[in-house]
Write a protein that binds this ligand. Structure first.
Ligand SMILES: [Zn+2]
Length: 338
């Protein structure tokens, strides 16, 4: 099935159909969604989040030599407002603020002179520990186990069940720990599972700290924006305001940047019509989802579509997606979301 799909992507690219459809969609805004860079084997563990260096360069080289124009999110907003007109505009966004996105991914965008916007969720910037659920899933991907015991501070903790059940049980126990205890407990889990704990020391599953964020922002090509404090966006007004205002205050204080924090990314792309009025009240000017597709200038600025960049997707699939072939096929099949 995968081979057949790839043959179809190749057909659209080699016949020039993708290029022709791209011309048809030339005024539409393409927004790419990256997450983080793989420093070891994270792209094999979670190809939707971690991208390998080789795949990244394949895509960036294509963007550089193709007819697409990588522009900043601020310029994209002006394009959507009708203040300026770009042809074949592409925006690069990066979700979450993973440490390697700041230390490895963003510098690659800068090297190509491509602007990028990083949406940072601040809880794990404040707490310099690995993102617990992701690290546990990574270890259990390396060393599957449905039951194990952990010795920690003279106590024995037993875990059993599916991966989500184990992750939840570990998180529940760690709630009362401080950050140092959390790091120690995770190290003890690595020992119990028989995996290396180098994912902790190398910070491959940490968020960036504020100094790292500040040094990324030293380049005018890099924009840091909002993604909630704890990577959740409830639907009641008070909680929405709390999540976004905390995120905004922490970033404004820690980064001491003059830049307005008015661009937002829905955590995990999950949005609801109930969010819109609150986002407007909070002065949010653009908000990106994970609904796939291109954005016409008539698109609501708080419901912007994006295209997830995945390590497991080929260059031809990438070209077909950003050329609007998939959008055109969706439209032809009457599946376009209104
Ligand atoms: Zn996110």
């Amino acid at each position: 099935m995968r081979k057949l799909r790839e043959a179809v992507y190749t057909f659209f690219v080699r016949t020039g159909i993708a290029r022709a459809l791209s011309y048809f969609h030339r005024d539409k805004l393409v927004i790419l969604c990256f997450h983080s860079m793989s420093l070891k084997d994270e792209h094999q563990f979670w190809p939707g989040v971690f991208i390998s260096k080789e795949k990244l360069h394949e895509l960036l080289n294509y963007l550089q030599r193709s007819h697409f124009n990588v522009i900043s999110l601020d310029d994209a907003e002006r394009h959507l407002n009708g203040e300026v007109q770009f042809k074949y505009p592409v925006v690069i966004t990066v979700d979450d603020g993973w440490r390697s996105s700041i230390t490895d991914l963003v510098p690659n965008f800068q090297a190509y002179q491509f602007p990028s916007t990083v949406y940072v969720t601040t809880y794990y910037c404040d707490h310099q520990i690995p993102v617990v659920n992701v690290l546990l899933q990574y270890w259990l991907w390396h060393k599957p186990s449905d039951a194990f015991d952990v010795e920690y501070q003279g106590q024995c903790y037993s875990f059993a069940g599916s991966v989500p059940e184990i992750v939840k049980a570990v998180e529940t126990i760690m709630v009362s720990f401080d950050d140092e205890q959390k790091n120690d407990f995770l190290t003890a889990i690595a020992g119990a599972l028989g995996v290396s704990d180098d994912a902790i020391s190398s910070k491959r599953f940490h968020n960036a700290n504020y100094e790292e964020l500040k040094s990324a922002m030293a380049s005018p090509l890099t924009n840091i924006q909002l993604h909630t404090h704890t990577h959740k966006l409830p639907t009641d007004s008070d909680a929405i305001h709390h999540e976004i205002q905390t995120n905004r205050q922490v970033l404004a204080t820690q980064l001491s940047s003059e830049k307005a924090l008015t661009h937002f990314c829905y955590p995990s792309g999950i949005w609801s019509p109930e969010h819109i009025a609150d986002l407007q009240a909070l002065g949010i000017r653009t908000a990106t989802t994970l609904d796939e597709g291109l954005n016409a200038t008539t698109e609501h600025p708080l419901k912007l579509k994006r295209n997830l960049v995945m390590n497991s997707r080929s260059l031809n699939q990438f070209i077909v997606t950003i050329s609007g072939v998939t959008d055109t096929l969706r439209w032809m099949m009457g599946k376009t979301r209104t």
